[in-house]
Ligand binder design. Structure first.
Ligand code: BGC
Length: 426
């Protein structure tokens, strides 16, 4: 039996565009334009067993977020479920395009909406962790060139000010930006999600602007609320070399720096906590060739304790421990702001959570200061990364997209036991 500290935060996470439904932003427009192509390309992208189990991937509708889970209207019901499951914290994002659909024109009704969302959480004894930007931009931001344009920093600050003015009395924990590194990599280098650009120089420009936006947002939030906790939610992975060649080790060091280290280094004076998003290990070997050919992710050689994942990602709970040990050098409190499994049949999710929590507790026993864990995600939702759409199911709660009915999965109850007792029994 493993005991967690008394005030540990237990919860789950969502993001606006993935659950709300009815959003009009740069992603919703890109989805409509690319749905047919994405459906067609599934044939080459996924393995035969995946194609057979998830035929939805061939339907263009799978790639259009549309009404998603309609969480925009059903949030009270969803938070009732979170409460029932023993969660005492919840991470969600505010949709910029709702708050400011046109440049400089703020929608008071939407500001009121998110106030109600925050109050609905607090009423249930659930601490809100608020993300200000989870990858989506209003159309007018897209039209000025998105994050490549320096003006976007200014506009983002203006939007943040509006949010903070309204909710700083209610919200203590803020993550201004969600996984900026992943966004830059996939949106501006690999080009597999909006705006679909493949240009390292443009990516670097976005990186620079995002860093400035983060730092200034940090200061702005603190100017409104002294005791605010502002952090970044950051993609992490445990990189395993394929083959014992010394250059694979060097490559890993380089990748850890490029995707993590350099970002944290640039913001280290403006950070109260580190939000770690950990899903899987990555298998790395140096192989010169195509743009991404030097990073290999081979799920079939995942570690022995690996469990099934519908996206065929490798699984390494111990990898979370390794990441935490590496990241503890920054001497900051840590929250696991995302960790989850796509498992439609819900056969492995319970074990996945338990094993990760086991390794988490080992890191904590070894002195790593972890203060909370947010499973990704409360609900099945529109899977965002590279616009995979609805077929991968990460939810503690199953969503029937036709009827919008919610069904609590058995693994959610296993996790609930841990949340309620603060104890993990293996
Ligand atoms: C993102 C989520 C996404 C999850 C699973 C994270 O990187 O923040 O939006 O759904 O990964 O792929």
């Amino acid at each position: 039996m493993i005991k967690f500290p008394k005030n540990f935060y237990w919860g789950s996470a969502t993001s606006a565009h993935q659950v709300e439904g009815g959003n009009v932003n740069d992603w919703s427009e890109w989805e409509k334009k690319n749905a047919e192509r994405l459906a067609r390309e599934s044939k080459n992208k996924w393995q035969p067993w995946q194609q057979e189990r998830f035929p939805e991937m061939f339907n263009p509708k799978n790639y259009i977020s549309g009404r998603a889970c309609d969480h925009y209207h059903l949030y009270e019901q969803d938070f009732d479920i979170a409460k029932k499951l023993g969660h005492n914290a919840h991470r969600f994002s505010i949709e910029w395009s709702r708050i400011e659909p046109e440049q400089g024109k703020f929608n008071e009704a939407e500001i009121e909406h998110y106030r109600k969302v925050i109050l609905a959480l607090k009423k249930r004894g659930i601490e809100p962790f608020v993300t200000l930007w989870h990858w989506t931009n209003p159309l007018w931001i897209r039209d000025i060139g998105g994050w490549e344009n320096k003006k976007t920093i200014e506009y983002f600050l203006r939007y943040t000010r509006k949010i903070i003015e309204n909710y700083s009395d209610l919200v203590k924990f803020w993550t201004p930006l969600n996984e900026p590194g992943t966004y830059i990599g996939l949106s501006y280098i690999k080009g597999t999600q909006p705006p679909g650009i493949k240009n390292i120089f443009r990516a670097n420009k976005v990186f620079g602007n995002i860093i400035i936006a983060y730092r200034t947002t940090y200061k702005l939030i603190h100017s409104f609320r002294k005791d605010a906790q502002v952090g970044v939610s950051h993609y992490t992975t445990y990189r395993i070399p394929l083959g014992n060649f010394f250059w694979n080790g060097l490559l890993i060091k380089f990748l850890d720096y490029i995707t993590s280290g350099r970002f944290i280094k640039r913001i280290k004076n403006n950070i109260d906590f580190l939000g770690i998003q950990y899903y899987r290990p990555e298998f790395v070997k140096l192989k010169l060739g195509g743009q991404w050919a030097w990073i290999l992710d081979k799920p079939d050689i995942a570690p022995k304790d690996s469990l099934a994942n519908d996206l065929s990602w490798g699984i390494s709970p111990e990898g979370m421990y390794k990441v935490l040990k590496r990241i503890t050098k920054y001497k900051l409190p840590i929250y696991i702001t995302e960790c989850g499994l796509a498992d439609a049949a819900d056969v492995n999710r319970g074990e996945f959570i338990k094993k990760h929590l086991f390794w988490l507790s080992r890191a904590m026993n070894g002195g790593v200061n972890v203060r909370g864990f947010f499973y990704w995600s409360l609900l099945d939702n529109f899977e965002f990364v590279e616009v995979r759409g609805f077929w991968p199911r990460f939810g503690l709660v199953e969503v029937n997209y036709k009827t919008l009915e919610r069904k609590i999965r058995p693994s959610a109850l296993q996790y609930a036991k841990i949340c309620k007792t603060n104890e993990l029994i293996l």
